[in-house]
Design a protein around this ligand. Structure first.
Ligand SMILES: [Zn+2]
Length: 323
């Protein structure tokens, strides 16, 4: 019997169970990583052999029904679709805390290389292109894990989902998240333009800080728009130049105005983590520039043999004090 016939036959015999499996899998895929620890690889006949997130979930849910697990994984490989229409075979992880308006804060962990890098998009909700570029890179990485040779990629394409929904730069409490990081230069007065009541006052900022503590990236890239440049903080000038060569956007040491409480101030200046603020040329669709943007991001994320990763500053970081 062909594999397709096997699947059809299995569906016929197990229609109700497959429907139940799909429902359970959908629920399982949105559980927090804390609630769902990494599953030991339990291999069902086929589905789990795909090595997919979904296959592992099915195998764990139906340990005595490997054919049901395999069938369900085979007929529904796409488990998450991005706002830009990319079908992904890997579901996001869900941060325990939600945005101000209650939206889930989602991220993916991809690859298994020794160096961990972090890519953040959609920090400013009116910069649609920044989320688009991050989702595009996510789709590339999920579809072609070999593209991530040497790294583990932690990717949060929409750090500010409320702002993205409202097309607003700031979050739902009118805070500019890129002025809310606990940097030494954080300022609470109006000249800081939406810094929040105190550093890391916002759940979306704490989401990013939690990713830093949990994953200790050696490089961080945040996509923004539309200053049209590759801006860098910390020991990242060479990295910015390599990215610039791929996309044609110029390297800029400063963005042209003060940014107290920014991610670059906190990570790059205070903690000396190579940090790139990748400013796209347009706030709307990336358009024809997407290919160069994708190449630049990949070059920025992949290991640079001439610049080995620095010592990690994140192990000693504690939670921001509650107020
Ligand atoms: Zn921005």
């Amino acid at each position: 019997m062909s594999s397709l016939s096997c699947i059809r036959a299995a569906i016929g015999r197990n229609r109700v169970r497959v429907a139940a499996a799909l429902t359970l899998a959908a629920a399982a895929c949105t559980q927090t990583p804390e609630a769902t620890p990494d599953l030991a690889p339990q291999r069902a006949e086929r589905g789990a052999d795909r090595g997919s997130h979904l296959g592992r979930h099915f195998a764990e849910r139906f340990p005595r029904r490997p054919r049901v697990a395999a069938t369900a994984a085979a007929i529904l490989p796409v488990v998450w679709t991005t706002p830009y229409g990319h079908g992904l075979t890997q579901a996001p992880r869900v941060h325990p805390e939600r945005s101000v308006e209650g939206r889930e804060l989602l991220y993916w962990v991809l690859g298994d290389g020794p160096e961990t890098v972090l890519l953040l998009g959609g920090i400013h909700g009116d910069e649609r292109s920044s989320a688009e570029a991050a989702y595009d890179l996510l789709a590339v990485a999920v579809a072609d894990p070999a593209a991530l040779a040497g790294i583990t990629l932690v990717l949060a394409p929409e750090v500010n989902p409320d702002g993205n929904a409202a097309r607003s730069r700031r979050n739902a409490r009118d805070v500019d998240l890129n002025r809310n990081f606990p940097s030494r230069n954080w300022r609470g007065d109006s000249s800081a333009h939406g810094p929040g009541t105190h550093p890391a006052s916002e759940p979306e900022t704490r989401f990013v800080l939690a990713l830093l503590r949990m994953h200790a990236p050696t490089r961080v890239i945040a996509t923004h728009a539309a200053a049209a440049c590759v801006n860098w903080d910390g020991p990242a000038e060479a990295l910015a130049e390599r990215m610039s060569r791929e996309c044609g956007l110029p390297v800029e040491a400063t963005i042209g105005y003060p940014t107290p409480g920014s991610l670059g101030s906190y990570l790059g200046v205070d903690l000396a983590v190579p940090t790139i603020t990748f400013e796209l040329a347009t706030k709307e669709e990336v358009g024809a520039a997407l290919d160069g943007v994708r190449r630049a991001l990949l070059v920025g994320l992949l290991p640079d043999p001439e610049n080995p990763p620095p010592a990690l500053p994140f192990a000693g970081l504690s939670e921001p004090p509650a107020r």
